[in-house]
Write a protein that binds this ligand. Structure first.
Ligand code: ADP
Ligand code: MG
Length: 618
């Protein structure tokens, strides 16, 4: 057989390698912004069209490139930033691999204009698919401008793989924020389709964070400062009362480079100690300074993960610094600690007589029963004595519930509970029914064949989810017009997203108009939202949407429906009146899929009577 191995042409090799460095428009944005910073610029603009699919342009006022460097910058492994492998351990620049421009030029149409200080004329280069189309002198400002047009134009599989514009722009904004946040001494601006998204002046770190996330952040930040031989820490954590249900603003920078590190994230959470409940995530904006020789940033191609030599020590220092910062600002002592809600019971001591807990349980309650088919039976007393409770259990063993997800649950005795035993009159049967709210979180109801426990928050989420899906099918949800329209300011990123999703969010029942850069006037809300805080609900909706988009890859309507349902549902912890519980249970059972959330988590747990009997050894 003749020889068959051939070296790939450069353009093809670059295209393949590009896949590693440039996954989406946001990756190109990151590389170009970092190059501009490495070039010493103090003013950088990012211009985006069509979520970066049509244009990504970065203009800087840095030191520019000579004619030769301009041409060389597109070669693979061409870099001015390191000379030998040793330099890798003493990096002071963002870039060092010399791959970004070669990669970008392989998969896009690139126009570079650059001029170094003191020269009258600069250089212009047009390069497409690694092929130089044009190189000439030009007149331009000192500094560099890269325009990346039609990313992936020659790699259709990649281009088709790109997500919708709202998603791609969200990634771009995220990259922009990560870079801009940690360089408060550089002015940054960003434009999307001609609209100004950010205009960040030079200033302090605090000013930069506030510039990115909005004025309200000023009062949310607690400074964290710590200086040790191993690591220097400076930055802020968010006050616990502003913690979010989803991981939102969590930023670690190591030597001015954004990194992700779940171990260190844990250290911050730990520093908050008991100030947060399990499902809350603190915000933080922490800049770490570490001797470059003690970290290895080279383990990941997109460089958001790094290895530390002294990981454990850094963990301990971060945790302590956060703890102290919160303590210093008098946050720790003033907070109410939310009790963990769980069925926890003190163990009974043998010497004490066993007292029957004072629970009233209505043994005839059955949310599944059709009114007309329910047999009339003697009015049960609200049971004070335990015998009658058990005897009714024993009598009614008939299996009525189609037990979709049969599960056995271990229930411990209940120490303390809120008992609501209101009766409502059923005209035909004069039947008393009982629903009990436990821990302001669960609703306990009774079936002929046992009992059921409903998670109030999940149940409401399921109900709303189905309603919103129906809104999308019908094209419109019911809106309640507000007497006084509310003007709401959003963070720039949220405002962009809201703008992109305008039509769909209106279908959910909102009525709003954009007013100014990141403000909206909300004049109508979905009818079921009556009492909720509108701003929080919309923010919650957007936050959930972003999270689902990146983690679950849901379809847009499904994502919006579940996000809105999550954001608008009654919360665990809310005390419900009997009527509210009744309505919730009724609505849940008229859902198509009452038993679980779309993600499969249960809304209802049934306690099969037979199992209960078994557990009590009957
Ligand atoms: P790296 O940043 O890893 O060196 P790049 O491919 O991103 O690799 O850039 C290659 C080289 O091009 C850089 O080392 C730098 O010398 C030059 N360069 C890139 N962007 C700029 C810019 N905005 N201003 C000045 N020089 C630049
Ligand atoms: Mg670079």
């Amino acid at each position: 057989m003749s020889d068959i191995i051939k070296l790939l042409p450069d353009a093809v090799a670059n295209q393949i390698a590009a896949g590693e460095v440039i996954q989406r428009p946001a990756s190109a944005v990151k590389e170009l912004l970092e190059n501009a910073i490495d070039a010493g610029a103090d003013n950088i603009s990012l211009i985006i069209k069509d979520a970066g699919k049509a244009l990504i342009q970065v203009v800087d006022n840095g030191f520019g490139m000579s004619e030769t460097d301009a041409r060389l910058s597109f070669e693979r492994h061409a870099t001015s930033k390191i000379k030998s492998a040793d330099d890798l351990f003493n990096l002071s620049t963002k870039g060092f691999r010399g791959e970004a421009l070669a990669s970008i030029a392989a998969i896009a149409q690139v126009e570079l204009k650059t001029k170094i200080a003191g020269n009258d004329l600069g250089t212009q280069i047009i390069i497409e698919g690694s092929e130089v189309k044009e190189q000439e002198v030009c007149s331009c400002a000192k500094g560099t401008s890269f325009s990346i047009k039609n990313l992936f134009y020659n790699v259709p599989a990649r281009r088709n793989f790109l997500k919708s514009n709202p998603v791609e722009i969200k990634h771009i904004i995220e990259e922009f924020q990560r870079v801009a946040m940690v360089h408060a001494d550089i002015a940054f601006s960003m434009y999307n389709n001609g609209n100004e998204v950010f205009n960040l002046k030079k200033g302090s770190y605090r000013q930069r964070i506030v510039g990115i996330f909005g004025d309200k952040y000023n009062q949310k930040l607690v400074p964290v400062e710590e200086d040790t031989d191993i690591v220097g820490i400076t930055g802020f954590v968010g006050k616990p009362e502003f913690a979010k249900k989803t991981r939102g603003e969590q930023y670690f920078f190591v030597n001015e480079r954004f990194i992700k590190n779940s171990y260190l994230n844990h250290a911050v959470n730990n520093g908050f100690d008991q100030l947060l409940s399990k499902d809350q995530h603190p915000s933080y904006f922490l800049k770490l300074t570490i001797d470059p020789a003690k970290i290895d940033i080279n383990i990941h191609p997109t460089k958001t993960e790094i290895k530390f030599e002294d990981e454990r020590a850094i963990y301990a220092i971060i945790r302590t610094a956060v703890k102290q910062a919160l303590g210093k600002h008098n946050i720790a002592p003033t907070l109410d600690f939310e009790q963990e809600s769980s069925f926890n019971v003190p163990l009974m001591r043998n010497s004490e007589p066993v007292k029957a807990p004072t629970i009233k349980v209505n043994t005839s309650y059955n949310p599944f029963a059709e009114k007309s088919s329910a047999p009339s039976r003697p009015k049960p007393q609200s049971t004070k004595n335990w015998e009658s409770l058990y005897s009714s259990f024993e009598q009614e063993t008939e299996q009525l519930v189609p037990d979709a997800n049969e599960r056995t649950v271990e229930v411990e005795p209940i120490e303390e509970q809120q008992i609501i035993s209101t009766s409502w009159e059923d005209d035909e049967h004069d039947e008393q029914q009982t629903l009990i709210q436990l821990h302001n979180k669960f609703i306990l109801g009774q079936l002929k064949s046992g009992s059921l426990i409903i998670d109030q928050e999940r149940a409401h989420t399921r109900i709303l989810f189905e309603q919103y899906i129906q809104n999308f099918a019908l094209g419109k949800g019911a809106t309640q017009q507000l007497l006084f329209p509310e003007t709401i300011d959003f963070t720039t990123a949220d405002a962009e997203l809201l703008n992109e999703l305008q039509a769909e969010i209106k279908t959910l029942g909102f009525d709003f108009e954009k007013m100014g850069k990141s403000s909206f006037v909300v004049s109508g809300v979905p009818t079921e939202l009556k009492e909720q805080n509108i701003k929080k609900t919309i923010e919650g909706l957007l936050e959930q949407f972003k999270l689902n988009e990146s983690e679950l890859k849901l379809k847009k309507h499904e994502n919006l429906a579940i996000s809105m349902a999550r954001s608008a549902s009654v919360r665990s912890g809310k005390k419900l009146s009997y009527e509210e519980m009744k309505a919730l249970v009724d609505q849940l059972f008229s859902c198509e899929m009452p038993y679980s959330l779309p993600n499969g988590k249960p809304t209802i747990i049934t306690l099969n009577l037979e199992d209960l009997n078994q557990q009590f050894d009957y």
